[in-house]
Design a binder for this molecule. Sequence first.
Ligand SMILES: C[S@@+](CC[C@H](N)C(=O)[O-])C[C@H]1O[C@@H](n2cnc3c(N)ncnc32)[C@H](O)[C@@H]1O
Length: 251
Amino acid sequence: MSKLNHYYEGHEAEYVRRINAGHVGWDKGGYDEFFMKPFVARSLDRSGLKRQGGRALDLGCGTGALSCQLAEANLDVTGLDISATAIGFAKAIAEKRDLRIDFAVADIVRDPLPTGQFDVTVDGHLLHCIVFEEERQRVLEKVRQSLNGGGEFWVETMLLENGQEPDPDWHMDERGMVWSRIDQGDQYVEAQCRDGNWWLPQRLIARSQEALLAEFLSAGLTAVEVECYAPLAPLTPGGFRARLVAADGAG
Ligand SMILES: C[S@@+](CC[C@H](N)C(=O)[O-])C[C@H]1O[C@@H](n2cnc3c(N)ncnc32)[C@H](O)[C@@H]1O
Protein backbone atom coordinates (compact mmCIF):
# COMPACT_ATOMS: atom_id res chain seq x y z
CA MET A 1 0.00 0.00 0.00
CA SER A 2 1.40 3.47 -0.84
CA LYS A 3 1.99 5.87 2.05
CA LEU A 4 -0.30 8.81 1.45
CA ASN A 5 -0.96 10.71 4.65
CA HIS A 6 1.15 12.77 6.99
CA TYR A 7 0.71 12.13 10.72
CA TYR A 8 -1.34 15.32 11.33
CA GLU A 9 -3.91 14.31 8.69
CA GLY A 10 -5.32 11.90 11.29
CA HIS A 11 -7.27 14.94 12.62
CA GLU A 12 -9.81 14.48 9.81
CA ALA A 13 -10.91 11.03 11.04
CA GLU A 14 -11.02 12.37 14.61
CA TYR A 15 -13.35 15.24 13.58
CA VAL A 16 -15.67 12.78 11.84
CA ARG A 17 -15.73 10.72 15.05
CA ARG A 18 -16.29 13.73 17.34
CA ILE A 19 -18.99 15.34 15.20
CA ASN A 20 -20.81 12.00 14.86
CA ALA A 21 -20.68 11.79 18.67
CA GLY A 22 -22.43 15.17 18.90
CA HIS A 23 -19.44 17.43 19.66
CA VAL A 24 -19.19 20.83 18.00
CA GLY A 25 -15.39 21.07 17.96
CA TRP A 26 -12.09 19.92 19.33
CA ASP A 27 -12.50 21.93 22.51
CA LYS A 28 -15.34 20.66 24.73
CA GLY A 29 -16.28 24.27 25.56
CA GLY A 30 -17.88 24.77 22.15
CA TYR A 31 -18.29 28.31 20.79
CA ASP A 32 -18.79 30.25 23.99
CA GLU A 33 -16.54 28.75 26.67
CA PHE A 34 -13.50 27.42 24.82
CA PHE A 35 -10.08 27.40 26.46
CA MET A 36 -8.28 30.05 24.38
CA LYS A 37 -11.11 32.58 24.58
CA PRO A 38 -9.95 34.62 27.63
CA PHE A 39 -6.36 34.88 26.29
CA VAL A 40 -7.63 36.05 22.91
CA ALA A 41 -10.02 38.54 24.55
CA ARG A 42 -7.13 39.98 26.62
CA SER A 43 -4.85 40.10 23.57
CA LEU A 44 -7.51 41.92 21.53
CA ASP A 45 -7.58 44.57 24.27
CA ARG A 46 -3.83 44.86 24.81
CA SER A 47 -2.91 44.93 21.10
CA GLY A 48 -5.45 47.65 20.36
CA LEU A 49 -7.10 45.48 17.68
CA LYS A 50 -10.41 45.50 19.55
CA ARG A 51 -10.60 49.25 18.92
CA GLN A 52 -8.91 49.42 15.51
CA GLY A 53 -10.11 46.19 13.86
CA GLY A 54 -7.88 44.59 11.25
CA ARG A 55 -7.16 41.31 9.48
CA ALA A 56 -6.71 38.01 11.36
CA LEU A 57 -5.48 34.57 10.33
CA ASP A 58 -6.57 31.59 12.49
CA LEU A 59 -4.23 28.62 11.95
CA GLY A 60 -5.70 25.19 12.75
CA CYS A 61 -9.12 26.84 13.13
CA GLY A 62 -10.98 23.51 13.41
CA THR A 63 -14.73 24.14 13.59
CA GLY A 64 -14.10 27.86 13.95
CA ALA A 65 -14.82 28.92 17.55
CA LEU A 66 -11.80 31.25 17.69
CA SER A 67 -12.45 32.57 14.18
CA CYS A 68 -15.99 33.46 15.30
CA GLN A 69 -14.63 35.26 18.40
CA LEU A 70 -12.30 37.33 16.18
CA ALA A 71 -15.05 38.08 13.65
CA GLU A 72 -17.43 39.10 16.46
CA ALA A 73 -14.71 41.58 17.53
CA ASN A 74 -15.02 43.04 14.01
CA LEU A 75 -11.84 41.58 12.55
CA ASP A 76 -11.75 40.38 8.98
CA VAL A 77 -10.92 36.67 9.48
CA THR A 78 -9.37 33.86 7.44
CA GLY A 79 -9.48 30.39 9.07
CA LEU A 80 -7.41 27.48 7.77
CA ASP A 81 -7.44 23.80 8.73
CA ILE A 82 -6.32 20.46 7.27
CA SER A 83 -9.70 18.84 8.05
CA ALA A 84 -12.38 19.24 5.35
CA THR A 85 -15.00 18.04 7.85
CA ALA A 86 -14.04 20.73 10.39
CA ILE A 87 -14.03 23.44 7.72
CA GLY A 88 -17.47 22.39 6.43
CA PHE A 89 -18.81 22.58 10.00
CA ALA A 90 -17.12 25.98 10.57
CA LYS A 91 -18.70 27.43 7.41
CA ALA A 92 -22.18 26.29 8.45
CA ILE A 93 -21.82 27.77 11.96
CA ALA A 94 -20.48 31.10 10.68
CA GLU A 95 -23.41 31.35 8.30
CA LYS A 96 -25.85 30.62 11.15
CA ARG A 97 -24.21 33.36 13.23
CA ASP A 98 -24.30 35.74 10.28
CA LEU A 99 -20.51 36.12 10.29
CA ARG A 100 -18.53 36.49 7.08
CA ILE A 101 -15.36 34.41 7.57
CA ASP A 102 -13.09 33.09 4.85
CA PHE A 103 -12.64 29.40 5.80
CA ALA A 104 -10.51 27.07 3.67
CA VAL A 105 -8.84 23.67 3.79
CA ALA A 106 -5.05 24.01 3.82
CA ASP A 107 -1.99 22.15 5.03
CA ILE A 108 -0.13 24.79 7.01
CA VAL A 109 3.10 22.77 6.91
CA ARG A 110 3.19 22.27 3.16
CA ASP A 111 0.99 24.95 1.56
CA PRO A 112 2.05 28.60 1.19
CA LEU A 113 0.35 31.20 3.40
CA PRO A 114 -0.56 34.73 2.32
CA THR A 115 2.31 37.10 3.13
CA GLY A 116 2.44 40.57 4.71
CA GLN A 117 -1.31 40.84 5.22
CA PHE A 118 -2.32 40.13 8.79
CA ASP A 119 -2.55 42.34 11.86
CA VAL A 120 -2.68 39.14 13.86
CA THR A 121 -2.00 35.49 13.16
CA VAL A 122 -3.27 33.14 15.87
CA ASP A 123 -2.09 29.63 16.59
CA GLY A 124 -5.29 27.81 17.55
CA HIS A 125 -3.43 24.95 19.27
CA LEU A 126 -1.90 23.94 15.94
CA LEU A 127 1.78 24.26 16.81
CA HIS A 128 1.84 21.34 19.27
CA CYS A 129 0.35 19.16 16.49
CA ILE A 130 3.48 19.79 14.39
CA VAL A 131 6.20 17.65 15.89
CA PHE A 132 9.29 17.78 13.67
CA GLU A 133 11.79 20.60 14.20
CA GLU A 134 12.20 21.41 10.51
CA GLU A 135 8.40 21.54 9.97
CA ARG A 136 7.85 23.74 13.04
CA GLN A 137 10.54 26.16 11.83
CA ARG A 138 8.89 26.25 8.39
CA VAL A 139 5.48 26.99 9.95
CA LEU A 140 6.88 29.71 12.24
CA GLU A 141 8.69 31.39 9.35
CA LYS A 142 5.44 31.41 7.37
CA VAL A 143 3.72 32.90 10.41
CA ARG A 144 6.27 35.73 10.55
CA GLN A 145 5.90 36.36 6.82
CA SER A 146 2.09 36.42 7.15
CA LEU A 147 2.26 39.51 9.41
CA ASN A 148 2.10 43.07 8.20
CA GLY A 149 4.38 45.72 9.76
CA GLY A 150 3.47 45.73 13.47
CA GLY A 151 1.44 42.50 13.15
CA GLU A 152 1.29 40.12 16.12
CA PHE A 153 1.41 36.34 16.57
CA TRP A 154 -0.67 34.91 19.45
CA VAL A 155 0.19 31.37 20.45
CA GLU A 156 -0.89 28.91 23.11
CA THR A 157 0.96 25.57 23.14
CA MET A 158 1.83 22.59 25.35
CA LEU A 159 4.73 22.96 27.79
CA LEU A 160 5.89 20.69 30.61
CA GLU A 161 5.40 22.60 33.84
CA ASN A 162 8.63 23.25 35.76
CA GLY A 163 9.65 19.91 37.26
CA GLN A 164 6.68 18.04 35.71
CA GLU A 165 7.45 14.43 34.76
CA PRO A 166 5.86 13.20 31.52
CA ASP A 167 3.19 10.56 32.16
CA PRO A 168 4.35 7.12 30.92
CA ASP A 169 1.08 6.83 28.92
CA TRP A 170 2.17 9.78 26.75
CA HIS A 171 5.05 7.67 25.36
CA MET A 172 7.03 10.90 25.16
CA ASP A 173 10.53 10.66 23.71
CA GLU A 174 13.57 12.78 24.57
CA ARG A 175 12.62 15.37 21.91
CA GLY A 176 9.22 15.89 23.55
CA MET A 177 7.28 13.96 20.88
CA VAL A 178 4.21 12.14 22.17
CA TRP A 179 3.50 8.89 20.31
CA SER A 180 0.20 6.96 20.07
CA ARG A 181 -0.27 3.33 19.22
CA ILE A 182 -2.47 2.96 16.14
CA ASP A 183 -4.08 -0.11 14.54
CA GLN A 184 -2.78 0.35 11.02
CA GLY A 185 0.23 2.53 10.23
CA ASP A 186 1.11 1.84 6.64
CA GLN A 187 -0.96 4.73 5.27
CA TYR A 188 1.10 7.27 7.26
CA VAL A 189 4.47 8.52 6.02
CA GLU A 190 5.86 8.97 9.54
CA ALA A 191 4.43 5.88 11.30
CA GLN A 192 6.96 3.54 12.86
CA CYS A 193 6.57 -0.17 13.48
CA ARG A 194 8.23 -1.19 16.77
CA ASP A 195 7.96 -4.64 18.33
CA GLY A 196 5.00 -5.49 16.11
CA ASN A 197 3.02 -2.31 16.98
CA TRP A 198 2.42 0.80 14.86
CA TRP A 199 3.18 4.19 16.43
CA LEU A 200 2.38 7.67 15.14
CA PRO A 201 3.71 11.00 16.50
CA GLN A 202 0.80 13.14 17.71
CA ARG A 203 2.00 16.09 19.76
CA LEU A 204 5.12 17.99 20.70
CA ILE A 205 5.28 19.04 24.35
CA ALA A 206 7.97 21.68 24.78
CA ARG A 207 10.38 20.89 27.62
CA SER A 208 11.09 24.50 28.60
CA GLN A 209 9.92 28.04 28.01
CA GLU A 210 13.49 28.91 26.93
CA ALA A 211 13.40 26.22 24.23
CA LEU A 212 10.14 27.63 22.86
CA LEU A 213 11.37 31.23 22.90
CA ALA A 214 14.57 30.15 21.08
CA GLU A 215 12.46 28.36 18.45
CA PHE A 216 10.37 31.52 17.89
CA LEU A 217 13.46 33.72 17.75
CA SER A 218 15.14 31.60 15.10
CA ALA A 219 12.04 32.18 12.95
CA GLY A 220 12.38 35.94 13.58
CA LEU A 221 9.66 36.24 16.26
CA THR A 222 10.22 37.87 19.64
CA ALA A 223 7.84 37.85 22.62
CA VAL A 224 6.19 40.98 24.02
CA GLU A 225 4.17 39.09 26.64
CA VAL A 226 4.64 35.56 28.00
CA GLU A 227 2.71 33.46 30.49
CA CYS A 228 2.99 29.80 31.54
CA TYR A 229 0.10 27.87 33.06
CA ALA A 230 -0.13 24.75 35.20
CA PRO A 231 -1.76 21.53 33.96
CA LEU A 232 -5.53 21.96 33.97
CA ALA A 233 -6.25 18.34 34.78
CA PRO A 234 -4.29 15.36 36.12
CA LEU A 235 -2.18 13.62 33.48
CA THR A 236 -2.07 16.62 31.14
CA PRO A 237 0.88 18.91 30.39
CA GLY A 238 1.04 22.56 31.35
CA GLY A 239 1.04 25.28 28.74
CA PHE A 240 2.65 28.42 27.40
CA ARG A 241 0.97 31.42 25.87
CA ALA A 242 2.50 34.52 24.33
CA ARG A 243 2.07 37.52 22.09
CA LEU A 244 4.98 37.89 19.68
CA VAL A 245 6.04 40.31 16.96
CA ALA A 246 8.59 40.20 14.14
CA ALA A 247 12.02 40.60 15.76
CA ASP A 248 13.20 43.07 13.08
CA GLY A 249 10.04 45.14 13.43
CA ALA A 250 9.00 44.23 9.86
CA GLY A 251 6.18 41.95 8.84
C1 LIG B 1 -5.85 20.71 18.89
S1 LIG B 1 -6.84 21.06 17.47
C2 LIG B 1 -7.47 22.69 17.84
C3 LIG B 1 -8.60 23.11 16.95
C4 LIG B 1 -9.22 24.48 17.21
N1 LIG B 1 -8.30 25.55 16.98
C5 LIG B 1 -9.77 24.53 18.62
O1 LIG B 1 -9.11 25.15 19.47
O2 LIG B 1 -10.82 23.93 18.86
C6 LIG B 1 -5.57 21.41 16.25
C7 LIG B 1 -6.11 21.74 14.89
O3 LIG B 1 -5.02 21.88 13.98
C8 LIG B 1 -5.40 21.26 12.75
N2 LIG B 1 -4.15 20.88 12.03
C9 LIG B 1 -3.22 19.98 12.42
N3 LIG B 1 -2.23 19.92 11.52
C10 LIG B 1 -2.54 20.80 10.54
C11 LIG B 1 -1.90 21.20 9.33
N4 LIG B 1 -0.74 20.67 8.93
N5 LIG B 1 -2.50 22.15 8.57
C12 LIG B 1 -3.68 22.70 8.95
N6 LIG B 1 -4.33 22.35 10.08
C13 LIG B 1 -3.77 21.42 10.87
C14 LIG B 1 -6.25 20.08 13.17
O4 LIG B 1 -7.08 19.59 12.13
C15 LIG B 1 -7.04 20.68 14.33
O5 LIG B 1 -8.21 21.32 13.90
